[in-house]
Design a protein around this ligand. Sequence first.
Ligand SMILES: [Zn+2]
Length: 169
Amino acid sequence: MDGFTCSRCGEYHGELPMCFGAGFPDYYFSVPPDERENRVELTESLCVIDESHFFIRARIEIPVIDSDEVFCWNVWTSLSEANFRRTNEVWDDPERVNEPAYFGWLQTTIPGYPETLNIKTMLHTQEPGIIPRVEVIEENHRLADEQLSGITWQRVVELVEIAMHDADA
Ligand SMILES: [Zn+2]
């Protein structure tokens, strides 16, 4: 699917973005800007706040029904300290794809859904160089249902419109 006429702004958007994302875990924003340099350690993939809150960047993939495409959200989840250490230990290890899934709380507010902050997830580690995949396991949550069942192109457009026009991020 190419462009679409947007019901929000009335414009024709020439491209249908299939991925949106958050640059920081939500908790980052609770740290005052002038304290971030001292309290936050941030790399492209990992974030530690106050040496006691551990986060990893990961991806939620939602299959589009009757297509080979996925719609995705780049998000952050929390990690236990033990799993954070383990993640660093096996970072470059090709065998890390065999890690058990790690439990985490979603740390990204995703527009177009009921509250997604702190819902339950499992993190599936991929090969080195590949962003981990998030399985949403929160019960009775639309995001979990849609990840399981897939979404229509109509829903993709709806999510894109919300992400482009309603969300701050
Ligand atoms: Zn628009």
